[in-house]
Design a protein around this ligand. Structure first.
Ligand SMILES: Cc1ncc(COP(=O)(O)O)c(C=O)c1O
Length: 467
């Protein structure tokens, strides 16, 4: 028998609990009821030896029941309709269904002999992604855990290729003694790009930080001047969708200037790249397709469950050189076939292509465009309604799905409103420091409707009244 009855029963219990959870998500407070410390206690107690693994095992049903009971209070409303914290997609039910199957099928997407269906789903999903995002059809796509790793992969390919052109084989010889690489990056780039540079030995502090506009986009004149001062191999890191404002770097100017100097251009478009899949927003990303590599997420605007990001590299050879893995026991790949393990840092890994394939199949080109536009429209609606209150200042041009607001003049009031809105739980919004002052951030990227947007604005106003 393939599946033991007690395992089957545990699966059914898990599915029923998952369904009940998602059925109740609208009514649930959008913040977790338990904070981390309480969740920690819930997971530890009441085992006799707190902090030690249990001595005796538990039957499958009991484990699932126990897991649900301990986890539920500490679950955050990320899949709910009024969750505007960070930039968090809503794990769409169709993506979740594909993800359940991915776990149940237990495929190792490391190579296409071990897991032909997983590799094929990736190949086709990759083709669809390039088409939807308007990127070169010849580009190669790695299915990674998220945009952070997509940035690592894109920048690893960039590092290898600009050094190869300078006569240095970084994959073989490392960075010791290599020609120095100049890295140019906007001052308002996302923190994870600096992490990626750090992981790759390029350093997060030795970069040339290019001045940005009030909206956080790279200033093209400042970029041109900074580029003129560079010599040797150059990598330029641009951004599509600033985390606070949604602003895009001016790719039409930056990419040709960079290419004229032989630089590699990597675009961090964790969520913003999806504007290119939406005709009404695509103008924001003009010129992006001329870049050399791109990082984006499935688990943000495509609504796949975590972990799902895409590292896209125009030069498939450079991508492969940066990520390649070879061992005699691993099956060789036929000429011209895509080998999943040559596109990502890991060998054994989750078959991420299934959920991506399912989400694109479900939403279709039109559904994705409509969803992106709906989120942008709702962001403008919320910004407009908040700005109507004289005590509220909307600080960004709402070009995408991101809104930042301040309440009154002092940071304390803004921080108090954020605290109150989180305590209230009607909706969830976080804070950030923008240009030296605290702001409330609203990222509209989930299951929000117009009614949810209005309920949330009313809750924010109430929080302001009470703060
Ligand atoms: C612009 C940008 N880049 C990179 C990232 C990192 O993405 P992930 O958290 O999927 O690794 C984010 C996350 O919000 C982002 O907004």
């Amino acid at each position: 028998m393939g599946l033991d009855p007690e395992h089957e029963s545990a699966w059914r219990q898990a599915a029923e609990a998952a369904i009940a959870y998602r059925q109740g998500i609208d009514a649930r407070v959008q913040r977790p009821e338990a904070v981390y410390r309480e969740a920690l206690e819930a997971f530890d107690a009441p085992l006799a030896d707190a902090g030690q693994p249990p001595d005796a095992g538990q039957p499958p049903d009991a484990v699932v029941r126990d897991l649900i009971a301990r986890a539920e209070p500490g679950l955050s409303g990320t899949t709910g309709p009024r969750f505007f914290g960070w930039v968090i997609g809503a794990s769409h039910p169709v993506g979740v269904a594909a993800d359940w199957l991915t776990s149940a099928w237990g495929q190792n997407a490391g190579n296409h002999v071990a897991a032909p269906a997983a590799a094929a789903a990736e190949t086709i999903a990759a083709r669809w992604l390039l088409d939807l995002l308007g990127l070169p059809a010849e580009a190669s796509v790695g299915f990674v855990t998220g945009a952070t790793m997509a940035n690592v992969v894109g920048l690893a390919a960039a590092r290898g290729e600009v050094l190869r052109r300078a006569g240095w084989d970084v994959e073989a010889d490392g960075l010791f003694g290599a020609p120095p690489i100049a890295v140019l990056i906007g001052d308002d780039a996302h923190a994870t790009v600096f992490s990626a540079l750090q992981f790759l030995g390029l350093g997060h502090a030795r970069v040339v930080r290019v001045a940005t506009t009030a909206q956080g986009a790279m200033d093209a004149d400042a970029f041109e001047a900074a580029l003129a001062d560079c010599s040797g191999p150059i990598i330029v890191v641009t951004q599509a969708g600033q985390i606070n404002t949604g602003a895009f770097d001016p790719h039409q100017r930056i990419v040709p200037l960079a290419h004229a100097r032989g630089a590699w251009v990597h675009v961090d478009g964790a969520f913003g790249l999806w504007a290119r899949a939406c005709p009404a927003r695509a103008h924001l990303g003009t010129g992006i397709d001329a870049a050399d590599s791109w990082a984006t997420d499935g688990h943000k605007w495509l609504q796949t469950p975590y972990d799902c990001g895409y590292a896209i590299v125009r030069d498939a050879e450079a991508h492969r050189r940066a990520m390649t893995v070879a061992a005699s026991y691993l099956p060789p790949v036929a000429e011209g076939e895509r080998d999943p393990s040559h596109t990502v840092p890991e060998l054994s890994r989750r078959a991420r292509g299934f959920a991506t394939w399912a989400m694109i199949r479900h939403l279709g080109r039109r559904g994705i465009a409509d969803m992106v536009e709906r989120h942008c429209r709702l962001a403008r609606r919320m910004a407009g309604a908040l700005a109507a209150d004289p005590r509220v200042a909307v600080l960004n041009e709402v070009v995408l799905n991101q809104v930042i607001v301040r309440f009154g003049d002092d940071d304390d009031l803004t921080l108090r409103v954020i605290r109150r809105i989180q305590e209230d739980g009607t909706c969830f919004a976080g804070g950030a420091n923008w240009r030296g002052r605290w702001v409330m951030r609203l990222s509209v990227i989930g299951a929000t409707t117009e009614a949810d947007a209005d309920i949330s604005v009313a809750a924010i106003r109430r929080a302001l009244d009470a703060a």
